[in-house]
Design a protein around this ligand. Structure first.
Ligand SMILES: Cc1cc2nc3c(=O)[nH]c(=O)nc-3n(C[C@H](O)[C@H](O)[C@H](O)COP(=O)(O)O)c2cc1C
Length: 171
């Protein structure tokens, strides 16, 4: 587990080759097995492989979307805000579990933030909802861009873990 955690780095350049059905299935399962508050399971996913749709998703955010330029696969992470008042936490846990599963399959991924972000047409969440026909009650957390890595990133090392972030007994 620690090896996968250290190796997972944000990857923003991908090869053309798509993600296999088996790998996609495993990544989705990792998200579907994620814990959620009161086990309400408000999180849902939209799998996007159509190039034109990925291009339209890129328009939904002004900055930080370079991962979408080459990603053959995007998983949009949404959650029913009427099912849970802590859908952001639930969706975030699902997202990182999927990123770790992707890394365990030697695939690259990057989290592209949508919630609280903007584009030329206004709110990014509203823009993604419109592109994909998502009902209003769903919050849109992020887009996970995924694929075979076309850039190398150094895994984290023990020295990168800042011990000063950890307090003992009191702050
Ligand atoms: C909540 C959150 C939002 C992020 N938003 C973006 C984003 O919009 N675009 C992007 O390219 N990377 C985004 N990232 C990736 C971070 O930039 C990245 O995790 C950070 O620089 C640390 O690098 P690492 O992932 O390689 O450890 C986001 C990560 C998190 C956790």
């Amino acid at each position: 587990m620690m090896e996968v955690i250290k190796k997972r780095r944000s990857i923003r350049k991908f090869k053309e080759e798509g993600v296999s059905k088996e790998s996609l299935g495993a990544i989705l399962k990792a998200g579907l097995f994620a814990p959620s508050s009161k086990s309400k399971k408000p999180v849902e996913f939209i799998v996007v492989e159509e190039k034109e749709t990925i291009k339209n998703l890129k328009e939904c955010k002004s900055f930080g979307t370079s991962g979408l330029d080459t990603a053959p696969l995007v998983i949009v992470i949404i959650a029913d805000s009427e099912k849970s008042d802590v859908w952001v936490e639930d969706a975030s846990i699902a997202a990182i579990m999927m990123q770790l599963e992707a890394e365990s399959l030697s695939l690259g991924s990057v989290w592209i933030q949508i919630r609280k972000r903007e584009c030329a047409n206004g709110d990014s969440e509203a823009a993604v909802r419109q592109v994909l026909g998502i009902p209003e009650k769903f919050g849109v957390l992020c887009l996970l861009a995924l694929g075979h890595k076309a850039e190398e990133r150094q895994p984290y090392e023990d020295k990168d873990a800042d011990p000063f972030k950890v307090h003992t007994e009191v702050y």
